[in-house]
Design a protein around this ligand. Structure first.
Ligand SMILES: [Zn+2]
Length: 396
């Protein structure tokens, strides 16, 4: 299997100040359970937006903005998706582009670029290597009427729609359609079926050196004679392919021994949108399906098509898993269907719990009632009491 690498941005070396690309194993950003993407789809974006609104309103009113607000917003973006954590510059750059959009929208009377740049300097984070770029306004991300983070709100909506139409099996009617029909559906909704690539990505294929060869080639680095000999020998071999391999080549071949897989595929991830689009595209091609858990309503990848509950810890459940709650519910439903007396009892005790909740019945009263009701339920099951009589008694 080739190694899949994502190139996700640039970062400055804090010691030497060099700006280098950030490479990361694909599994870190696109794990097999697709948890990062699903987390983004469900993320509450207002958590990142609130500190930004406060930050910008400080600047608007001429107050010194609190850096802490900016740090909070960055850490929210990082919790939203590791793309912003692994390459911190991505968060800072995104915010700068958003600020540039905000300044353009709110300061339309600020015609002079110089003035805008001044404003920008007040906004931008120290953490971006593009803190004072000449072209930040070329990269501006328009902020919306309602949201500073309009870009992320729109992106979240688009990704949600794409997931729902192509991958989400919660709706049984959509789940019955095959992959191709669902893709057509999405393509129609998103692109009105005009030829318009869903996304594009640059991919590089390469073969890296095995460890032994790497070490040796570092030694050979300045030995030009060695390489001259190798090229000469290869030239001879090209004209006489059946000849014995020259020593220069057999030496080299020895150093490639081992079972390291050295093929590398590097995907150039332009921005956050590109990463998410690439992931969904992969999921569609890999036939991965998701569902909303019937208990916590969050997305998960079911192992089988008939699984309805996720295996996360359920909210407000004292550590119970959604799948355990699901099993209990299914059992309860089956029990009610096959046992009419239990169904009556179940209705009655739920009604009483509701009364306790509304304050029209006391807990003590219920605690006394319940064991008597359970005893009568047993009598009905054993044929010692009539079903109608039980129903009458429960209604009292
Ligand atoms: Zn769940």
């Amino acid at each position: 299997m080739p190694k899949n690498i994502l190139s996700i941005g640039l970062e400055e070396d804090p010691q030497f100040g060099d700006v280098d690309p950030v490479y990361v194993n694909m599994d870190r950003l696109i794990p097999p359970n697709h948890s990062c993407l699903l987390q983004f789809v469900e993320y509450d974006l207002s958590k990142a937006e609130k500190p930004l609104i406060e930050y910008l309103s400080c600047i608007d009113s001429g107050k010194e903005p609190r850096k802490q607000l900016l740090l909070t917003a960055i850490s929210e973006l990082q919790q939203m998706h590791p793309y912003f954590l692994i390459c911190r510059e991505n968060a800072a750059f995104l915010l700068n582009c958003i600020f540039a959009g905000y300044i353009t929208r709110h300061c339309s009377d600020m015609d002079e670029l110089e003035q805008k740049n001044l404003f920008m300097k007040l906004c931008v984070s120290d953490y971006s290597i593009f803190t004072d770029p000449d072209n930040i306004f070329d990269n501006k991300i328009d902020s919306g009427e309602d949201h500073i983070l309009d870009y992320l709100y729109n992106l979240q909506y688009d990704i949600r729609l794409w997931v729902m139409l192509t991958l989400d099996d919660t709706n049984p009617e959509l789940a019955r359609l095959d992959r191709q029909r669902r893709s057509v559906l999405y393509s129609h909704v998103a692109m009105k079926n005009e030829y318009n690539p869903v996304f594009s990505i640059e991919v590089e294929f390469s073969t890296s050196m095995p460890k032994k060869l790497k070490a040796k080639s570092a030694e050979w680095d300045f030995n030009e004679d060695l390489y001259d000999q190798l090229y000469k020998d290869l030239n001879v071999l090209m004209w006489d392919p059946e000849a014995n391999l020259p020593k220069s080549l057999t030496d080299l071949i020895k150093l490639t021994k081992g079972n390291e897989d050295c093929d590398v595929i590097t995907y150039q991830i332009r921005d956050f949108t590109c990463l998410l689009e690439y992931e969904i595209h992969r999921m569609v091609l890999d036939g991965i399906h998701v569902k909303r858990c019937r208990n916590c309503h969050r997305y998960f990848i079911p192992e089988r098509s008939n699984i309805e509950y996720c295996s996360r810890v359920a909210p407000n459940s004292n550590g119970k898993l959604c799948s355990e709650i699901g099993r209990f519910r299914v059992y309860g439903k089956k029990a009610r269907e096959s046992d009419p007396a239990y169904a009556m009892f179940n209705r009655a005790y739920r009604a009483r719990l509701e009364k306790i909740r509304r304050g029209t019945m006391t807990r003590e009263f219920y605690d006394k009632w319940r064991p008597i009701a359970e005893q009568k339920l047993e009598e009905v099951r054993q044929g010692k009491m009539d079903l109608d009589a039980f129903d009458e008694w429960l209604k009292m």
